[in-house]
Design a protein around this ligand. Structure first.
Ligand SMILES: O=C(O)C(=O)C[C@]1(C(=O)O)C=C[C@@H](O)C=C1
Length: 372
C-alpha cells in the first residue's frame, strides 16, 4: 500500500475513534451534571435535618460497589482517584469545606489530604500538629489531617499525645506511600554541597546519601516542604522532598526514589467532629490507662481476644502526670456499634483508670497507594 493511502487510512480511523470518544465524553459530562443535581437535592435534605455533608460510610460503600462492578481496563487506583474527585466536587457543592493539615504546602500530609479529599476542597496549612487540632476544635476547619505512624520510624508521638486533651474523633485513616526525591534549582548532582530535609527523611535516605553525596552538609528542617523552599533559594543546595514539592517550588528532580527501603508508608488520620457509621469493615481506636498492678495490661487486653476481635496496633506513651505511668493506644478491627465491641468495652472499662474511644472509621487498605 502507498504511504499516502496508509496515512489517509490512519487519519480516517483516528477521526472515527475520536468521534466515539467525544460522544462518550458528552455522555459523561451530562451524567456527571445529572449526578450533581441529585447530590444538590441530598445536600438540601441533609441541611434540613442538620446532617453532616461528608458521609464516609456511604463513600466507602460506593467504592466497594464500583470495585466489584469494574471489569477493566480501568484499574483500581484510577477508579478510586476518579471517584474521589467526583465525590469531592459533590461535597463542595453541598457545602464548601475546609481541610487543614500539617504544612507547609507539598508536605506528605498535604499529599495524603489531597488523595483523601480530592482537589475541590479548600486546604489550609498549619505550622504544627497542635494547630491542626486547634483549628478543627474551633470549627474554622471541618477536618484536619495529621501523621500518626510511619512504617519505618514508628509512631508520631505528638499526635498520640494530643488525643488526650482533645474531644475530636478519628473520622478516617489514609495510608500514603512515601517516596523521596533529590531536588535542586539547576545543575547536576556534582554541584550539590548542602542538602536540606526533615530528620526522618534523612534517616530514610541514609545509605543513598552516603553513596552519592558523602561530602554534602546535611541541614535539618521542620518539614520536607520547608527544605524544598530553602533549596529553591540557592544554587548548589538541594532538598530531599516529594516530587510534588519539586512542582510547587519550581525545582528539578536530580534523583528520584532515593529512600533506602521500598514500601515506606505513613498512616495519616483525618480528625473531625463527626461520628462515622458502621461499614462492616471498620477500625476503632481506643486510649486507656491501666492501674499499677501486676498483669494489668494483660487483663485489660484479654476481653479483646475473648470476644474474638483482632487488635492491630498497640502503642504506649508516658502520661506525663506521673513518672512511669502510661497511656496505651489500641486499634481494633471492629466498629463501636458492633455488639462484640460493646461487650469488650464494658469489660475493659471495669479494669481501666481511664478509657476513651478516639473514633470508629472505615478501615483503609494500605496498598491502595497514591496516584497524584
Ligand atoms: O449520599 C450522600 O450522602 C451524598 O451526599 C452524596 C455523596 C456522593 O457524591 O455520592 C457526597 C458526599 C457524601 O460524603 C457521600 C456521598
Amino acid at each position: 500500500m502507498h504511504k499516502e493511502q496508509t496515512d489517509n487510512n490512519f487519519k480516517e480511523r483516528l477521526t472515527q475513534l475520536r468521534e466515539s470518544i467525544d460522544n462518550i465524553d458528552n455522555n459523561l459530562l451530562e451524567l456527571i451534571n445529572k449526578r450533581l443535581e441529585f447530590v444538590q437535592d441530598v445536600g438540601k435534605l441533609k441541611a434540613k435535618e442538620g446532617c453532616q455533608v461528608l458521609d464516609s460510610t456511604r463513600e466507602s460503600q460506593i467504592f466497594q460497589r464500583l470495585l466489584e462492578l469494574n471489569k477493566g481496563p480501568l484499574n483500581e487506583k484510577v477508579l478510586r482517584h476518579l471517584f474521589t474527585q467526583i465525590m469531592a466536587a459533590s461535597r463542595q457543592l453541598q457545602r464548601p469545606s475546609r481541610v487543614t493539615f500539617l504544612g507547609p504546602e507539598a508536605t506528605f500530609t498535604h499529599i495524603a489530604a489531597m488523595n483523601h479529599f480530592g482537589h475541590s476542597v479548600e486546604y489550609i496549612p498549619q505550622p504544627s500538629i497542635r494547630d491542626v487540632f486547634n483549628e478543627v476544635e474551633k470549627g474554622t476547619c471541618h477536618y484536619g489531617v495529621v501523621p500518626v505512624e510511619n512504617s519505618i520510624e514508628g509512631a508520631v508521638n505528638h499526635t498520640l499525645d494530643l488525643f488526650f486533651e482533645s474531644e475530636l474523633k478519628i473520622c478516617a485513616e489514609k495510608y500514603q506511600p512515601i517516596s523521596h526525591d533529590l531536588l535542586c534549582k539547576g545543575g547536576t548532582i556534582h554541584d550539590i554541597q548542602k542538602v536540606y530535609s526533615h530528620p526522618q527523611a534523612f534517616a530514610q535516605c541514609r545509605r543513598w546519601l552516603q553513596k552519592y553525596l558523602p561530602k554534602a552538609a546535611l541541614k535539618e528542617c521542620g518539614s520536607t516542604a520547608l527544605a524544598a523552599q530553602k533549596a529553591a533559594k540557592k544554587q548548589g543546595t538541594a532538598a530531599i522532598a516529594s516530587s510534588e514539592a519539586a512542582h510547587m517550588y519550581q525545582l528539578e528532580v536530580v534523583a528520584s526514589r532515593i529512600e533506602d527501603a521500598a514500601k515506606n508508608t505513613t498512616r495519616f488520620l483525618i480528625i473531625g467532629k463527626d461520628e462515622i457509621h458502621r461499614t462492616g469493615e471498620d477500625k476503632t481506636s481506643l486510649m486507656f490507662v491501666t492501674s499499677h498492678i501486676p498483669g494489668a495490661l494483660y487483663k485489660v487486653l484479654k476481653p479483646i481476644a475473648d470476644f474474638g476481635l483482632n487488635m492491630v496496633k498497640l502503642e504506649s506513651r508516658p502520661t506525663k502526670h506521673e513518672n512511669w505511668s502510661y497511656f496505651f493506644f489500641v486499634d481494633i478491627e471492629a466498629h463501636i456499634e458492633d455488639e462484640s465491641m460493646q461487650k469488650t468495652l464494658e469489660e475493659m472499662k471495669k479494669l481501666c483508670l481511664f478509657l476513651k474511644s478516639l473514633g470508629s472509621y472505615p478501615r483503609a487498605n494500605e496498598h491502595k497507594g497514591s496516584l497524584i
